[in-house]
Design a protein. Structure first.
Length: 106
């Protein structure tokens, strides 16, 4: 019997933001070397000098970088992104444990 491998990502959202970033780069929205440089600058700005284990601190910096690139390119409005983030947070906090999280109007 084969063993079940451990997940590569600690949280589902880590995998999703990683996949979205790769997809946008492959679709030509930005070059990967530019992404890497910007992501490194975000990590440095947050003072993340220690080894990161791919947890929330790492992927929050990842998401911050992606949002900044998309805002600068006019792809995602920062105000709208903040509103959606707040709506998801409210939906998450008001959803009973084990139930799917849904935004109002879904």
């Amino acid at each position: 019997m084969s063993e079940i491998p451990e997940p590569v990502f600690a949280e589902l959202w880590h995998a999703q933001v990683f996949a979205l970033t790769v997809h946008l780069s492959e679709a030509g929205r930005f070059a990967w070397p530019d992404w890497a440089e910007r992501f490194g600058a975000t990590l440095k700005a947050h003072g993340l000098a220690r080894d990161l284990d791919g947890g929330d601190d790492y992927f929050n910096a990842w998401l911050e970088t992606l949002e900044a690139i998309l805002a600068e390119d006019g792809i995602a409005d920062p105000v709208e992104a903040a509103q959606v983030r707040l709506a998801w947070e409210a939906a998450y906090l008001s959803t009973p444990h084990g139930s799917p999280v849904r935004l109002a109007g879904d």
